[in-house]
Design a protein. Structure first.
Length: 276
């Protein structure tokens, strides 16, 4: 029994060590960015960097919120991300149901091809089109451009997810008197909750972190958080403390959202991976 307990303890230690080896390279950069945002300018440039034992300050955070209007940038990012995600789900989930249930393979292939195209290929046509329509620096143009990025992703994920739901559920609902529309709303959507949460999270994060489209299509009124990071870089120097504080402001909401919904995201991403 003692030998068994020793082997079990050694196995746990080995597992924890393996987890630490995998997690440390991921968490250390986040820790380094956070502590650097709490240092004054002279401490930021100390080499080797001081990881512990310094007096934290919050001056950089006060600066970006009091003088750089970061509360406005957060509101802009939230409006664009929530609106583009909601509209993409409203359009994409019914389309996914049709593709999955009626075997629309050509449509599915076209959507996959659209998903694989580099997003920057849409940017130049968008700029010329919306500048002619005088829509640059509006929420609508940012929301529309982000929908074009997130909609193929949602259709791609949800069509595969719905395809794994047994058709017998649809047939039983139709036998009971449900129309196709009511079957979709009352039967398929509740079962598809993990997939919906996964798609919503990925769409929201993609919009929240988008830099290219926001850089070209936004302006003073609709500037989002990722775009604001570039203003801490000048020809003379880089204001590292302020930039790192702004970086924390950008990534913390994404981390909180992912951690809060990780149970549903894991279910959605692994649905259909194991079939008996």
């Amino acid at each position: 029994m003692t030998v068994y307990k020793a082997k079990k303890a050694a196995g746990k230690i080995g597992l924890y060590a393996l987890v630490l080896i995998v997690v440390l390279p991921i968490l250390f950069p986040l820790y380094f960015v956070f502590i650097s945002s709490l240092k004054n300018m002279s401490q930021v440039y100390i080499m080797p960097p001081q990881l512990f034992g310094f007096t934290p300050i919050w001056d950089h955070y006060k600066y970006i919120f009091e003088t750089q209007h970061y509360d406005t940038y957060m509101i802009n990012s939230a409006i664009v991300a929530f609106a583009s995600t909601a509209i993409s789900l409203i359009l994409g989930v019914p389309a996914s149901y049709s593709i999955a249930r009626f075997h629309m393979r050509k449509t599915s292939t076209s959507i996959l091809v659209a998903r694989l195209l580099p997003s920057i290929s849409f940017l130049l046509p968008y700029y010329f089109l919306f500048s002619k329509l005088k829509m640059i620096d509006t929420y609508s143009v940012l929301i529309l451009s982000h929908i074009v990025l997130s909609l193929p992703l949602i259709v791609w994920i949800m069509s595969s997810f719905i395809a794994d739901i047994p058709k017998e559920l649809d047939e039983a609902a139709i036998v009971d008197g449900c129309t196709r529309q009511r079957c979709f709303w009352n039967v398929i959507l509740p079962v598809s909750l993990p997939g919906l949460v996964t798609c919503a999270t990925l769409s929201f994060l993609g919009s929240w972190n988008n830099f290219q489209f926001a850089l070209i299509l936004s302006g003073e009124k609709t500037r989002t958080l990722p775009v604001s990071l570039q203003y801490f870089v000048s020809g003379a120097d880089i204001r590292w403390g302020r930039m790192l504080a702004a970086t924390i402001v950008v990534i913390v909401p994404a981390i909180i959202l992912t951690m809060a919904l990780q149970k549903y995201i894991i279910k959605g991403m692994t649905a259909g991976a194991v079939k008996g």
